[in-house]
Ligand binder design. Structure first.
Ligand code: AMP
Length: 280
């Protein structure tokens, strides 16, 4: 694996690949890699000649200073995992490479997506996500971008960004990779102590409960039960919601036909966890 730390070096490399007719798959991450990230690398390797992974803890997408300061950084073991997975290129930029002096952020018209769920609970977060993904797509110019369904709303936001900026890139979304007990893998899980880690699986259990309870008609009570269950088990719940999977409109009633996504965001002490089930 080749590690590039500067935009110029990486751009020279990808330009050469493009001229040689090789396809590039791109997996943007914030590091502290786990099997969820590696599933994206695997998918990219299957579909492309060259796989580029980036690790950059993007300061502009953190709406909470402590969350940024405490975000896990495990670069050495990340490099080992990427080598083992057969990743070709790691882009490991310093903040000044992504946001050089004079960088001026666009405002991204995300509309409704920025007012609901993560958009509402993390003001400015998706503007930051768009800033970094816009920069990275412009630098890497991949044929296909690999994203995780774990961040369901983020996938929708990035699709919107690609539309707004007219990037010619395919988007490939991989299913959420889970621990054996069902907890969605996340870099933030490393911040949980032993007791919190045991509790964390209740998010998965609540999503399973919501799925089981679903029936046509009134679904408000299911959301309320989910909220109450998590609250009484020590979580500070931001939301336990059921939405239309194609546009994220929140639903209190279900006609039995609209494709659904169940979404939860909740804190265990300091650590904020999110998860979702997309119902096929
Ligand atoms: P992050 O490093 O958290 O910014 O995530 C980088 C990419 O990995 C994003 O597209 C995430 O949605 C994806 N990802 C994170 N956790 C998982 C998981 N458990 N399963 C699949 N993809 C994931």
């Amino acid at each position: 694996m080749i590690i590039f730390k500067t935009v110029n070096q990486l751009q020279a490399f990808v330009e050469k690949q493009r001229k040689a007719g090789r396809t590039t798959g791109f997996v943007p991450t914030m590091g502290a890699l786990h099997m969820g990230h590696i599933s994206l690398i695997d998918a990219s390797k299957k579909g492309n000649d060259i796989t580029v992974c980036s690790i950059f803890v993007n300061p502009t997408q953190f709406n909470n200073a402590t969350d940024f300061e405490k975000y896990p950084v495990t670069t050495e073991s990340d490099i080992d995992k990427l080598e083992a997975a057969g990743c070709d290129i790691l882009f490991l930029p310093a903040p000044g490479e992504i946001y050089p002096a004079g960088y001026k952020a666009d405002f991204y018209e995300l509309g409704y997506l920025e007012t609901v769920l993560e958009g509402a609970y993390r003001p400015g977060h998706y503007q930051g996500v768009c800033q970094v993904v816009d920069r990275l797509l412009d630098i890497v110019k991949p044929g296909t971008l690999y994203l995780g369904q774990k961040d369901y709303q983020q996938c929708m936001v990035i699709k919107k960004l690609v539309e707004l900026k007219r990037y010619r890139v395919n988007i490939h979304i991989e299913k959420t990779v889970r621990e054996q007990d069902g907890l969605a893998m996340s870099s933030r899980n490393t911040r949980l102590n032993e007791a919190e880690r045991k509790q964390a699986v209740k998010i998965f259990e609540t999503l399973s409960f919501m799925k089981k309870e679903l029936k046509t008609g009134d679904i408000k009570n299911i959301k309320q039960k989910a909220y109450d269950f998590l609250s009484s088990n020590g979580f500070k719940v931001d939301y336990a919601e059921i939405a239309n999977a194609s546009n994220l409109k929140l639903l209190d009633n279900w006609d039995g036909k609209i494709p659904l996504v169940l979404l939860i965001a909740a804190y265990l002490n300091e650590v904020r966890l999110i998860d979702n089930f997309v119902l096929e």
